[in-house]
Design a binder for this molecule. Sequence first.
Ligand code: COA
Length: 167
Amino acid sequence: MKNAIYPGTFDPITNGHIDIVKRALRIFDHLTIVVAQHYSKDLLFSAEERKELCELATKNMPNVEVQIWEGLLAEYVKEKNADAIVRGMRALSDFEYEFQWGMMNRKLSMDVEIIYLFPDEKYIFLSSSAVKEIALHDGDISEFVPEEIGKKLKERLAKSHTREQLK
Ligand code: COA
């Protein structure tokens, strides 16, 4: 059985991420979405909340589980013995970051291959920040996140201190 992991911050998970999850499941038997702490990003949801949102978005996918990881991804891979890491590649601009990230992880003795998948072209320009920004200005995000995620996002943004946080 081949197990892959899909790491990211998922603040929140979007249809673009879900598209990558579905593509990964065509190749791997089991996928673990790894919700990482990201200390250099100003996040809207806590790790526990991001995990819950990922679980909600993948509730009909029995071969998907979600875990939170606070340390180095290289340590996670060693501990869990994953067969591969899956990452999405949206545009050429992602390449440089991903290349550096992949090389640095090799340096950290991560002995696993990283597989890059292209999302559907309608998600090429999607990012969690863009979704948050559109929602903040009461724009239509129905194309970008599942309905339940959109609802939770709007509930969170309705709290005025969060609106300030994103401005
Ligand atoms: N569809 C939509 N959006 C996508 C996407 C897709 N298919 N793929 C990526 N994105 C977006 C994300 O929404 C995110 O948007 P945002 O910046 O607006 O939040 C952005 O692309 C990048 O997100 P992500 O894939 O989550 O990468 P990241 O740079 O935030 O985090 C980790 C990458 C979590 C894997 C990395 O920080 C990590 O490895 N952390 C663990 C600690 C560690 O080992 N550090 C050493 C690294 S060498």
